[in-house]
Design a protein around this ligand. Structure first.
Ligand code: SF4
Length: 310
């Protein structure tokens, strides 16, 4: 599938990125989702992610996946269905104060931003979940968390437009979550995420059912022999179409019998070819043998009509 291939190529390029010159073993942390319709954008990986090579593998991740469980998603499901990106993909290092991680610099954010832009264009997500102030600011601009968490926002970006449902950063370093009423805002945001995820799963199930239905219909196309009941049907249907077309042209136009027969032949040929084109589009099956039997039916009807009296 094209999106999956393009995403694989993108991830291969991202994996080799060393623009910020971080020392080994610091390298980009990649999402494992390959056919996502939803993106989650965090701030930057932490130290724990260096060894696990999984986004949100540390303490903040535990809280995040506990929250997502409220939206009806297990951690495994979330990692498979949600493309987990970040404002920068490499661990920026510890904060100079020794408390927590360093916030990525403006230069790092600018250098890494093109990866996120490319992903928005590749994935065209229906839903984006920015996590933490830095990621929320990227999509919604500067705004107090209490004004944006717990709501849906329609946001235009490089890949089109998406519904954005922000979450605060789940790290213990943020005290926002403990203020009065803020946990209720997070619960509301998780309900919205759950509803969107279920709707997307339902749409994906319908698309899959339609695709499987079309494939099984194609598999049921009978073998195309020269002789068979389907060919008898083609013969008689075509003779009937020819006779009807002749009657209609006789009523609606003036002309010799041969010109009426010619008009009827054109009409029945158009019906026969049209049916084969439809079969080819629907089932990948175009039969010259069906057309030959159509011609035989139409020809026989023409012969009989040319011998009858007006
Ligand atoms: S932070 Fe982003 S731009 Fe910098 S090296 Fe890592 S992947 Fe590349």
């Amino acid at each position: 599938m094209k999106q999956t291939d393009d995403l694989e190529q993108h991830l291969a390029r991202l994996e080799g990125c060393r623009r910020c010159g971080h020392a080994e073993p610091i390298r980009p942390i990649l999402s494992r989702a390959r056919r996502p319709r939803v993106m989650l954008v965090g701030q930057a990986p932490g130290k724990v992610e260096i060894s696990s090579q999984k986004p949100f593998a540390g303490r903040a991740g535990k809280t995040l996946f506990r929250w997502l469980a409220e939206a009806g998603l297990s951690e495994e499901e979330a990692r498979d269905r949600i493309y987990i990106a970040a404002m920068t993909r490499c661990f920026p290092g510890p904060h100079p104060s020794g408390r927590g991680d360093r916030v990525p610099s403006r230069q790092e954010l600018e250098q890494c931003g093109s990866w996120l832009d490319d992903e928005l264009m590749l994935i065209r997500p229906k839903l984006i979940i920015p996590v933490g102030k830095l990621a929320i600011g990227r999509f919604l601009g500067e705004a107090p968390l209490a004004d944006v968490v717990g709501r849906e926002h329609e946001v235009a970006h490089r890949g089109g437009s998406s519904v954005v449902v922000p979450l605060p950063h789940p790290s213990g370093a943020s005290s926002w979550i403990h203020a009065s009423g803020h946990r209720e805002l997070v619960s509301r945001a998780l309900r919205l995420i759950g509803e969107r995820m279920r709707a997307l799963a339902a749409v994906a199930a319908v698309v899959l059912a339609l695709a499987l239905g079309a494939r099984s219909a194609a598999a049921q196309v009978p073998a195309d022999h020269w002789i068979g009941t389907d060919k008898v049907k083609h013969f008689f249907m075509s003779a009937l179409v020819q006779s009807l077309a002749y009657s209609v042209t006789q009523v609606t136009t003036q002309g010799s019998r041969s010109s009426l027969l010619l008009s009827a032949s054109v009409a029945s040929a158009a019906v026969g070819i049209g049916k084969e084109m439809y079969d080819r589009r629907s089932y990948g099956h175009f039969s010259v043998r069906d057309l030959a039997w159509d011609a035989a039916g139409a020809g026989t009807a023409s012969l009989m009509l040319s011998r009858t009296r007006n």
